[in-house]
Design a protein. Structure first.
Length: 262
DNA sequence: ATGTCACGCTGGGCGTGA
C-alpha cells in the first residue's frame, strides 16, 4: 500500500498540485490536511477526473481533513469522531478503513506559543489521540498520518536556536506526547527507513526557508509495527512552484510504501 | 528583515492564522 500525507494549505488553491501528485505517485490512499474549504466547495469533480474520490471532514475557512482513494476503493466506516477532542467543532480528524488498515488523517493544533491557550489544547488533543489510537491499534493495523505540528527530535529541526524558550513544536511535553503514541505499538515510518538525519517536510514561506534548508519534520506517518515500511520519500518537487506557475504548499507530501497490507 | 501565502470581507487593503 502506498500512502501519502500532505498538508496542502487550501485544497482550492492547491488542486493543480494535488492532481500532479496523484498522477506522479498514484497513491492507494492520500491523507490531506488544511483543505480550508466547506463541504459544499470540496472539489470532488476535479479528483474524479484524476480517477480518485474523497471522504472529507470540512469546517469552512479553517482546518479540514480528507482521505482520497482510487475509484473503486471503499473507505469503510469513515468517522471524524475523536473522543476527548478538546476542539470537537474543528475538522482535524478523519479515520476510515482502507485495504484492511485503519487510516487516520490528522491535523494537530499548532499551539502558537507555550503561554497561549492553544498550547494546552494542543497537548489535550495529542492525549485524546493517544487514547483513540491505543484502541485502534489493539483492534488491528493502523496508520496515523498528518501534520503533527511537533518535531519529534532535535534532528527534525534545522536550528534549535530558532526555537527560544516559549516556542512550540519542540517542547518536551509535545515530544513526550508523540512518544506516547509510538508506545501503543506504532513506528515513525520515516525513522524506520532513515534512522537519523534531515528529512524535513515543512519550510516557512518567508525568507527563502526552503532554499536555505530551514525546515522542520512535522508531517509524520505513524504505523503499526506489523506493517512493513518499504520506502519513504519526501516529494520535495511539490514544495516548488511548477512550470505552469502553480504555487506550492509550505509542506511537502510524504510518500510511504507499506507492506503487509491487504 | 516579521522578507509569504491564503482566506473572508469587500470592492482593495486589512485582520487572521500559520
Amino acid at each position: 500500500m502506498r500512502l501519502v500525507t500532505w498538508n496542502v494549505n487550501s485544497l482550492k488553491a492547491r488542486l493543480p498540485r494535488v492532481l500532479e501528485l496523484l498522477e506522479a505517485f498514484r497513491p492507494d490512499v492520500l491523507c490531506l490536511q488544511e483543505t480550508k474549504l466547506a463541504a459544499e466547495a470540496f472539489p470532488h469533480d476535479g479528483l474524479a477526473a484524476a480517477g480518485y474520490r474523497a471522504v472529507e471532514a470540512s469546517e469552512g475557512r479553517w482546518n479540514g481533513v480528507a482521505l482520497v482513494v482510487p475509484d473503486g476503493v471503499e473507505v469503510v466506516d469513515p468517522s471524524p469522531e475523536l473522543p476527548g477532542n478538546p476542539v470537537p467543532d474543528e475538522a482535524r480528524w478523519l479515520e476510515g478503513t482502507v485495504g484492511g488498515v485503519r487510516v487516520v488523517s490528522v491535523y494537530v493544533p499548532n499551539g502558537r506559543a507555550v503561554d497561549d491557550p492553544w498550547y494546552p489544547r494542543k497537548l489535550a488533543f495529542l492525549a485524546a489521540m493517544r487514547d483513540r489510537v491505543a484502541d485502534l491499534a489493539a483492534a488491528g493495523p493502523v496508520v496515523v498520518a498528518g501534520d503533527y505540528n511537533v518535531a519529534p527530535t532535535d534532528a527534525d529541526v534545522w536550528d534549535l536556536a530558532a526555537f527560544p524558550p516559549g516556542s512550540t513544536h519542540v517542547t518536551p511535553a509535545e515530544r513526550d506526547a508523540v512518544d506516547a503514541l509510538l508506545a501503543v505499538g506504532l513506528r515513525d515510518a520515516q525513522r524506520v527507513v532513515r534512522p537519523e538525519g534531515e528529512a524535513y517536510t515543512w519550510w516557512d514561506y518567508r525568507g527563502g526557508s526552503f532554499h536555505r534548508g530551514h525546515g522542520l519534520r512535522i508531517d509524520l506517518v505513524l504505523a503499526s509495527a506489523v506493517l512493513g515500511v518499504e520506502a519513504v520519500e519526501v516529494a520535495r518537487e511539490l514544495r516548488k512552484q511548477n512550470a505552469a506557475g502553480d504555487k506550492p504548499s509550505d509542506h511537502a507530501p510524504v510518500v510511504v510504501d507499506l507492506a503487509g497490507t491487504a
